[in-house]
Design a protein around this ligand. Sequence first.
Ligand code: THU
Length: 140
Amino acid sequence: MDFTNLLIEKALSARQNAYVPYSKFKVGAAIITDTDKIYGGFNIECSSYSPTNCAERTALFRAVYDGHRNFKAIAIVGGAESEVNSLSSYAPPCGVCRQMLREFCHPLHFKIILAKSLNDFKIFTLDELLPYSFGPENLK
Ligand code: THU
């Protein structure tokens, strides 16, 4: 079954609880494991700014905490707090999140779904967004 719509739905609902008192920019993410379990995440900001955790890493870390190590795809949605289910632009993952995804996800097979709504999205592979990357194999 195609998981794209399920992931976008979950990312949109996760986004509602984002903790964004400083940027007022809410991001939601949903990642699916190789066993079809879905974990949602949102950004969590901090008054000293740099400890802020992005939505993508919140979703990934929740899944990794539960023992998952292999993933198929992530959906990401983001926009100003005032926007709800139809966002005005795509929210591409930051460099730190791309690298953290690279730790657990196959660059050529893992899909990154950037969505504005349930029927407006683009799909990239991790390798397209993080080409010629450094990963766990480089340390073997
Ligand atoms: N943010 C994410 O959650 N994911 C990204 O990949 C890009 C940025 C968050 C961090 C911060 O809370 C807000 O968006 C503005 O940068």
